[in-house]
Design a protein around this ligand. Sequence first.
Ligand code: GLY
Length: 386
Amino acid sequence: MVSGGHDARYIPPGAAHALDSAQATPHETDEWSLHGARIVVRAGALADAATLVRECAPGCRPIVIADSNVAPLHAAPIAAALNADLLVFPAGEASKTREQWSALTDELLARQLGRDTVVVAVGGGVCGDLAGFVAATYLRGVPVVQVPTSLVAMIDAAIGGKTGVDTRHGKNLVGAFHQPRLVLVDPLALRSLPAAHRRAGMAEAIKHGAIADESYFHWIAAHGAALLSPSLAPSLAERLVRSSVAVKVGVVAGDEREGGRRRILNFGHTIGHAIEHLSGYTLLHGEAIAIGMVAEARLGELAEVTLPGLAEDVAELCAAFGLPVRIAPEFSADAILALARGDKKSREGAAEYALPLRLAEMNEGNGRFSLPMDDALVRAALDATR
Ligand code: GLY
């Protein structure tokens, strides 16, 4: 299990479960501090959004940004409580562009917002990345609060300070590191998340178990149906999100700018991002990552880096959540390899892969935590995943 690094300290949890922070297991901890960000994971926390935003950015003028799906559900009440304007952009990955970044930035400029602005991003990964990038660049950077409402955003995108947009060359290729002041997570927001998005988010949860927390991997397997239930129990929702957040915080704490160990979070993402892009973003991020994890675990097995059987274990667990685990015939190996080479994770034109050694243990690769692989081996792994 991952333990917190030098800048990841558990803030003592609330009185209801006042365990000594050193003894608290990840899912019993409800707050973390990570590179200046306060991270709160608590059922019902959305009701406290206005208070917590004001606390983390005193004297700042909030502006709320959300997509067209989340705006009426979660963002409008927060904007009303903050007495702030709400900027709405069309829902979908197609909005994660420089054009949309520019349009939102112009809205801030038109309002003559100054450096005392705090951007409040309410929504899924697209909103957090896009609004986070607006905040990172507006007047050379203003504070941002992330209020993630999708599972992918709660357990991955909103935590760790990565912001950015896609280009026609690939995903997340233009962006900035910009740590939020506050990440406010209400796991009960998952109840209003469409089922396909809940399933897709489970791919990132499975990834966290696979890379760093064996007991969490098995816990997910044991609670499959309950985790997908429309009336998701608060205790399960909290445990799911907190276990994943603990893994992510533990990894990012020691490597904010992805110089080494943070790369283990990219398990499944070299091939997964390529497939997501080739699908024209008709595959949800988590769906593409499920396929990517299976293919990359197979690659690890073929390269004799990964203990045989892990690819099958990951495939079985992903499939149990209704996630795709096979590469469709229309995504050619040539196209996947070409995109992988253009990925942020490539070095000197060679794609790199974060590969597991076994369940919950990743290959360190001499401190690089990712390895270049022969094209022939990658092709074989892709073939074995069709
Ligand atoms: N999503 C992987 C990371 O934040 O590093």
